[in-house]
Design a binder for this molecule. Structure first.
Ligand code: SAM
Ligand code: SF4
Ligand code: F3S
Length: 454
């Protein structure tokens, strides 16, 4: 807070009108949640937010390291700032997030992108005002090397992007070390926030009118493991559902090795929890899963899917899949196709394996060409498309509740079901950010069409 006050005065003297900041997020929902905190800090300092880089006095790139193409895209974006910075030397360029939790990336930025003023990692966002103070008062770049910091800082200011949708990080880091994944190396060890801090944030969101809340963590099902309190994820869900109001709770990601019947029972007993469960399976073959260090089998995965189907009417599943893991054969890939056809996910995020330096899988022998992997990926995408059409058709004639997201033109609206399907409808009244009842009339592309009931 001291540094916020200090930099506030510096900024007030430096700029005749409120300076503008552009915070750009790459990567997952957890990074987007961090960006809302970065915007909150900048807003407290006196910045207004802009979507235009050309217009900005400060640009922050919150980066992702999950796949190589994510990093290449980010370097491309940073490179484009060179000319802008030359035209406006007062502009601050900051790079933060998962990518700069790798020393070789920080070294590359120092060497090849000398116009970057500030670099800071993922677990110390609150240091930004201090770095800005030093940047302005000492006129020195502030390029931090990755640090291993595990304490949780509460009460960082937040500037939310949405009016009805919001996310809450319930935990940080990851201890699972799936053999392909960089996240445990860049986000550090798993730690959970105290339930009372999460409850306070949740209550505030509901009081502020938020209606769609997503609980975030790399493995929400291991929530609570490091806490003094004896509380697990199912307990947390149950506590949250005691808060009165009209809202829906989502959570992501669930790890199939840790999700249990207790969580499924809590979902069953609390209609405010979304009936869509994101349960990343990654592969349909047990040998590949073992090599991935996922620590469950397809049989165990199907057991929990079947239990959820028995207990929760209308339950659906979404998932993440990696094709072309090192050593995966065509026959093993076909097991993934088989699983996808069997579970019939409503949404599937599919990726080609990308070797990440420092992970175990990056050193494994990989005999399948990228071209071949692309063929597998496209096959899977096509299979999933047909499954989505089937799901869309099954909605015809049903009455659903959806949260209205956007108005297009005079009277066209899009709303979203809790299972993330988009519904298009016409209304003379603006119900944006409210729940409406709709009767599904059909489908158009990958969206549903509906009549407004209420
Ligand atoms: N913690 C989540 C879980 O275990 O399901 C996943 C988090 S990760 C941010 C999102 C997804 O990226 C993963 O589920 C996986 O499918 C994909 N992913 C991670 N590392 C990858 C890699 N090296 N190559 C391709 N996809 C990868
Ligand atoms: Fe990565 Fe596995 Fe952790 Fe998910 S659970 S973030 S895939 S290491
Ligand atoms: Fe998320 Fe990318 Fe980091 S997926 S956790 S922002 S590496």
């Amino acid at each position: 807070m001291d540094y916020i006050e200090k930099i506030k005065n510096i900024v007030r003297e430096k700029f005749s009108s409120p300076p503008k900041a552009n915070v750009v997020t790459f990567g997952c929902a957890q990074n987007e949640n961090d960006s809302e905190k970065i915007r909150g800090l900048l807003y407290s300092i006196g910045y207004t937010m802009t979507d235009s880089i050309e217009d900005s006095d400060m640009v922050v790139y919150n980066t992702c390291a999950i796949r190589e193409n994510a990093e290449l895209k980010i370097f491309g974006n940073i490179g484009k700032l060179k000319a802008l910075k030359a035209a406006n030397p007062d502009m601050i360029v900051a790079v933060c997030g998962c990518m700069v939790m790798q020393q070789h990336i920080v070294d590359k930025i120092k060497k090849s992108y000398p116009f970057v003023d500030i670099v800071f990692g993922v677990n110390n966002l609150e240091i930004l005002p201090q770095l800005m103070c030093s940047r302005y008062t000492e006129n020195k770049k502030q390029i931090l090397s990755p640090i291993d910091k595990t304490d949780i800082v509460e009460n960082t200011p937040v500037l939310r992007s949405g009016k009805s949708k919001a996310s809450i990080s319930i935990m940080y880091g990851c201890d699972n070390f799936c053999s392909y994944c960089i996240v445990p190396y860049v986000r550090g060890r798993e730690r959970s926030r105290k339930p009372q801090d999460i409850m306070a944030e949740f209550r505030q969101l509901i009081a502020d009118g938020y209606k769609d809340i997503t609980l975030l963590g790399q493995n929400v099902n291991s929530y609570g493991k490091n806490l003094e309190e004896n509380v697990d994820f199912a307990d947390l869900l149950r506590m949250l559902c005691t808060v009165p109001g009209e809202y829906v709770i989502h959570f992501m990601s669930s790890h199939p090795k840790d999700i249990n019947k207790k969580v499924i029972d809590v979902i069953r007993d609390n209609p405010r929890i979304s009936r869509q469960i994101h349960l990343p399976v990654q592969a349909g073959n047990n040998r590949v899963l073992k090599e991935m260090n996922r620590r469950y089998t397809i049989e165990q995965y199907m057991d929990i899917i079947n239990y959820a189907r028995e207990q929760i009417e209308d339950v659906t599943f979404s998932s993440d899949i990696i094709v072309g893991f090192p050593g995966e054969t065509y026959e093993e890939y076909l097991d993934t196709e088989k699983l996808v056809k069997e579970v019939k996910f409503t949404q599937l995020f599919t990726y080609i394996f990308s070797p990440r330096s420092g992970t175990k899988a990056a050193t494994m022998e990989d005999n399948v060409s990228y071209k071949e992997k692309t063929v597998w990926l496209n096959r899977l995408i096509k299979i999933q498309q047909d499954i989505v059409f089937e799901h869309l058709d099954s909605f015809k004639g049903k009455t659903v509740t959806a949260l209205v997201e956007e108005k297009h033109g005079e009277s066209d609206y899009t709303a979203r079901l809790a299972n993330t399907f988009v519904v298009k409808f016409i209304s003379n009244t603006d119900f944006t950010d409210q729940f409406v009842k709709l009767k599904i009339t059909g489908k158009k592309g990958t969206s549903l069409t509906a009549e407004l009931l209420k």
